[in-house]
Design a binder for this molecule. Structure first.
Ligand SMILES: Cc1cc2nc3c(=O)[nH]c(=O)nc-3n(C[C@H](O)[C@H](O)[C@H](O)COP(=O)(O)OP(=O)(O)OC[C@H]3O[C@@H](n4cnc5c(N)ncnc54)[C@H](O)[C@@H]3O)c2cc1C
Length: 374
């Protein structure tokens, strides 16, 4: 683990994310310069090898960095790590031409990027995607729509999963690198009952979008399997991010409990108040134990399918349960946008959808732990 890098990430979070996050939570737009600042701090190239201009840190460091960033703002942390994931992917499997064209702008924060699987008619059931890729003499023609995509409203680049054969054929899905400023792409922002600004949530339609042969990053037959393998890392860092949100909330509440007095004594001298805070700390400790196991398996290249699913279920549900309890301990003060409680309660709900919805993961865990008959 690289402590020097994590110290830099903590500085970036404190100096640049925290001051801006209250505005984002009220619907304010991201200032493009913060993305470039993230690039200067090396955050957009965390796991990208140094030979390509990245930081070359290990997965354990990435998970800790995600946790720190999410403690400041889960939405922006998700935005950054999603751009980073595309940069990493390109460094691993893109053609030299694609690397040269896009990697520098991704790493220095000139453009953001996204991974686009979800469609209006296909979420958990990923094999049902209907975005169609048709082969042409010069490459591929893409048609379809992707929705609920992190960075979808501003991304310059996307890895788009599309069906190359008959709809419903999981083996026919391929992954394409698509320039979202290309002709035929129309983007839209998605807003919800709470602000989606820092996550940049949006979608886009693809109408006869032409891409060259080397835009096919993952060929049909392997894309479905590749996403299932890669997603164990994503589930694990999302777990770390939920722990990061909860950890920050515990610290903020503990601090507030020493400052705010009620009936002539500090809040933390009230046994039921302190008991609720201790309960949140204990729940966090349990969650962190499961997350640490998943991180270790991903970091060492072992099968993390079960551990990652368990860690994400635990961390998400722990944050969903404990963040409202911690807000309660803050009284009305906790609702102010300067504090992360309200936006992180919403974020914990989002974490329950991204990279595998909780119910789907519970089914996965049930399958993987089911006892075989005698
Ligand atoms: C803010 C936000 C950002 C996102 N970012 C991205 C992104 O960057 N890229 C991307 O591709 N997608 C993204 N998503 C989409 C996310 O991956 C989907 O929301 C998720 O896959 C669930 O799909 P769905 O919302 O269509 O729910 P559905 O699949 O319609 O499911 C609805 C409910 O039914 C449950 N369910 C469905 N099928 C089953 C089953 N077989 N067994 C048990 N339970 C089931 C689900 O768990 C869920 O609770 C994002 C979503 C949100 C909210």
């Amino acid at each position: 683990m690289s402590q020097a890098f994590l110290d830099r990430v903590a500085s970036f979070a404190a100096e640049h994310i925290t001051p801006a996050a209250a505005g984002w939570s009220m619907g304010g737009d991201l200032d493009a310069s913060i993305y470039e600042m993230a690039g200067q701090f090396g955050i957009l190239g965390m796991r990208v090898p140094q030979s390509f201009g990245g930081q070359g840190v290990d997965f354990t460091t990435l998970a800790s960095a995600c946790s720190i960033l999410a403690g400041a703002d889960f939405g922006f942390a998700m935005s950054l790590v999603n751009t980073h994931n595309i940069a990493l992917r390109l460094s691993e499997i893109a053609s030299d031409t694609q690397k040269q064209r896009y990697l520098p702008s991704l790493l220095n924060g000139k453009i953001s990027a996204c991974t686009a699987l979800t469609e209006p008619g296909a979420g958990s059931d990923f094999a049902a995607v209907t975005t169609k890729a048709s082969k042409t003499d010069t490459g591929w023609l893409l048609n379809g729509e992707k929705t609920w995509i992190i960075n979808g409203r501003h991304a310059g680049l996307s890895i788009v999963y599309a069906q190359c054969r008959a709809i419903g054929d999981a083996g026919g899905i391929g992954a394409f690198l698509v320039d979202l400023n290309a002709k035929g792409v129309t983007r839209y922002a998605i807003d919800s009952s709470f602000a989606q600004s820092s996550m940049g949530t949006g979608g886009f339609t693809l109408q006869d979008v032409e891409v060259e042969h080397d835009a096919l990053l993952i060929a049909p037959g392997t894309a479905f399997k590749a996403i299932l393998t890669e997603i164990n890392g994503a589930r694990t860092y999302v777990a770390a991010m939920c722990n990061g949100m909860l950890g920050k909330a515990v610290v903020d509440v503990a601090t507030y409990g020493t400052q705010r007095t009620s009936f002539g004594k500090p809040l933390n001298a009230i046994p039921s108040w302190q008991a609720a805070l201790s309960e949140a700390q204990t729940a966090l400790d349990t969650s962190q134990t499961l997350t640490a196991r998943a991180i270790d398996l991903v970091n060492t290249g072992h099968d993390a399918q079960l551990a990652a699913a368990q860690a994400k279920i635990e961390a998400v549900t722990c944050a969903q349960r404990q963040l409202p309890e911690l807000l309660q301990l803050m009284g009305a003060e906790g609702l102010r946008p300067e504090h992360p409680f309200a936006r992180h309660i919403a974020a914990a709900q989002i974490a329950g959808f991204t990279d595998g919805a909780t119910n789907i993961l519970k089914d996965r865990v049930a399958r993987l732990t089911a006892r075989k008959g005698p």
